[in-house]
Design a protein around this ligand. Structure first.
Ligand code: KG4
Ligand code: ZN
Length: 339
């Protein structure tokens, strides 16, 4: 018997709905909110309002694209957290209301588990996925973690940032350079033309598998300030080099911890996930390192790196198979622990 899941994601600034039948993706509709661009970052109140305006048309479109009627849905999976509380509330309320009306169960999903399991979305019949156990570097605008993944429902954070996330480092440094939000994709593009060895920024020295990016931010600011004192046109003249050097530093910080995790856990199945996993420099560097070290590296398709509901639906699918549904009175949580 096949299982059809409607997934809803609204944790930050993307309203998304997806339909999955078994592991096969039937649709994945994402409405990104442009309203935040003029503010250089996500404004929570505006995000919740945009989710409210978008949620019904987005779900409607996802069902239409999937060629599925609402009556064929077996369960509704929604992001319970972590994320912006107002934004989460819109997706959670919609999912609960729809589930009550349809008489189907709801499944609350941890957003981070969604990013990790995005590797198991089948958008084509021969899609490959990591074997368990694997290590997943989860890098997004809000998170930077290494996960030890033993099974779809069994994962553990074995290292994480003690301050900023990798995506935040991209976004904040981009803002200093006068680039639009989100800065990650813009820096990625500019870096292609630049020299990654142009500037050496300070790298943190954090024990175990944890990360830190606030020192890099400070080093970036001080370096630019010093250069601008003597060369007022420094940023304009060297923008691609500055971007390439910053990106290179972030990649080195991330990959040195992945190497450490491989040594510690003796696992050579390596995946990356989250918005920063779209970064072309990081993807190439990880692939090269994997070839050198004999790892099997899994890079998610770019449409599954940034926030999307397909990854929420796939968690819903595995939860449904495990008989794990959720009560209607479970509130969304801005800080939702894993597990
Ligand atoms: O996973 P995501 O959509 O949202 C969170 O859960 O945070 O990740 C968004 C983050 C932003 O910081 C954005 O700048 C970053 O992912 N990002 C990138 C790239 N594409 C998105 N960072 C570097 N290179 C990219 N190509
Ligand atoms: Zn995310």
């Amino acid at each position: 018997m096949s299982v059809t899941i409607l997934g809803i994601e609204s944790s930050c600034d993307d309203t998304s709905a997806a339909v999955i039948r078994d592991q096969l993706l039937l649709s994945n509709v994402i409405s990104s909110q442009d309203v935040h661009k003029q503010y250089g970052g996500v404004v929570p109140e505006l995000a919740s309002r945009a989710h409210q305006a978008n949620i019904i048309p987005v779900v409607d479109t996802a069902l239409r694209y999937a060629g599925v009627t609402i009556a064929e849905i077996d369960a509704i999976a929604y992001t319970r957290g972590p994320g912006l509380l107002g934004s989460l509330l819109v997706g959670a309320s919609f999912a609960k209301g729809a589930a009550l009306t349809l008489g189907v169960p709801i499944i609350s999903v941890n957003h981070l588990q969604g990013h990790v399991l995005s590797h198991f979305i089948k958008d084509e019949p021969n899609a490959i996925h990591p074997s368990f156990p694997f290590l997943c570097l989860l890098v997004s605008g809000g998170h930077t973690q290494i996960m030890l993944v033993r099974g779809p429902m069994d994962m553990e954070i074995v290292g994480q940032t003690i301050d900023d996330a990798a995506g935040e480092a991209f976004d904040k440094c981009a803002k200093v350079l006068g680039l639009p939000y989100p800065g990650g994709p813009v820096i990625d593009k500019l870096a292609i033309e630049g020299n990654p060895g142009f500037i050496k920024f300070a790298k943190p020295n954090i024990p175990d598998l944890d990360f830190s990016f606030s020192g890099l931010k400070t080093s970036f600011l001080y370096t630019l300030r010093d250069k601008l004192n003597t060369e007022p046109n420094f940023v304009n003249e060297h923008l691609p080099d500055i971007c390439a050097s910053l990106q290179q530093t972030i990649i080195e910080i991330l990959l040195s911890k992945v190497e450490q995790a491989v040594r510690k856990y003796r696992i050579k199945e390596i995946a990356i996930a989250g918005g920063v996993a779209a970064n072309s420099g990081l993807r190439t560097a990880l692939q090269l390192l994997g070839q050198k070290r004999g790892w099997k590296v899994y890079l998610p398709k770019k449409q599954f790196t940034t926030d999307n509901a397909a990854m929420i639906a796939i968690v819903g699918y595995y939860s449904y198979l495990a008989g794990k549904t959720s009560p209607l009175d479970e509130p969304p949580l801005a800080r939702l622990p894993l597990g």
